[in-house]
Design a protein around this ligand. Structure first.
Ligand code: ZN
Length: 237
């Protein structure tokens, strides 16, 4: 009997300091959209360096590599994972429509919008990748030939000078185009197709996804940290 108790105590001691947030994909209780919410990462000097998913942010918080920065009416507080869990209990009483929550078996925790790294920058800065998502964000989902805005599935990335004519895949040679314009243009240059671009494509100075997110009320608290530093921030995950 004593042996069993001791073994139980030992195994309890070996466990981590508290209940682990359910951030695994097997966890049915946590809606995946909340785990995919974006979290702004600041370095020790409070400079915005990165954007990660809530899943990754909770991993950093739980391992005590980061703390939560909670902005509330102009001032901010800092919280460890465990104190944030306690604060979440209070915040849960007045949930706001834009908040994201993760429910685990034993508790509910709010997804923080901003975290700060406590040690060296373990999350490296990322470059701005040239990909479909970023091109569509740069052009604000507006077809650069007909000037109309379309939902993501109806858009394509068009090479201004077609690849078959030596056009490169660079920020300066790709634009967002609706499917109809893309088909109409075919393998021609804009001049040949008589389809003029409404904007000359350039490499964005700022991360276009971040700018789109700033228009989302969910991420309004990011503004505090992003004034003047937008160009330095990469988006990860
Ligand atoms: Zn179009």
């Amino acid at each position: 009997m004593h042996q069993v108790l001791k073994a139980k105590r030992r195994s309890r001691r070996r466990q981590s300091p508290g209940p682990r947030p359910s951030v695994s994909s097997e966890e049915p209780a946590a809606p995946s959209s909340s785990l995919q919410a974006s979290v702004l990462v600041l370095n020790r000097q409070y400079t915005a360096v990165h954007v990660v998913t809530a899943r990754r942010a909770f991993g950093l918080l739980y391992r005590e590599l980061a703390e939560v920065i909670h902005v509330d009416q102009g001032s901010f507080g800092t919280y460890s994972f465990h104190s944030w869990r306690e604060v979440s209990e209070l915040l849960a009483e007045e949930k706001q429509p834009h908040d994201d929550w993760i429910r685990t078996v034993s508790f509910e925790i709010r997804v923080p919008r901003v975290i700060r790294l406590l040690g060296f920058d373990r999350v490296p800065r990322q470059r701005l990748n040239l990909n479909r998502r970023n091109v569509l964000a740069r052009d604000a989902h507006v077809c650069q030939y007909c000037g109309e805005r379309f939902p993501t599935p109806q858009l394509s990335v068009d090479h201004v000078v077609p690849r078959s004519r030596g056009g490169q895949t660079t920020w300066e040679n790709v634009v967002c185009a609706c499917l109809a314009c893309n088909i109409r243009k075919g393998g021609q240059t804009p001049k040949e197709a008589k389809m003029l671009l409404i904007h000359r494509p350039t490499r964005p100075k700022r991360n276009p996804l971040l700018l789109l997110k700033l228009h989302n009320p969910k991420y309004a608290s990011w503004r505090t940290w992003l004034e003047g530093v937008l160009g330095d921030v990469g988006v990860g995950d």
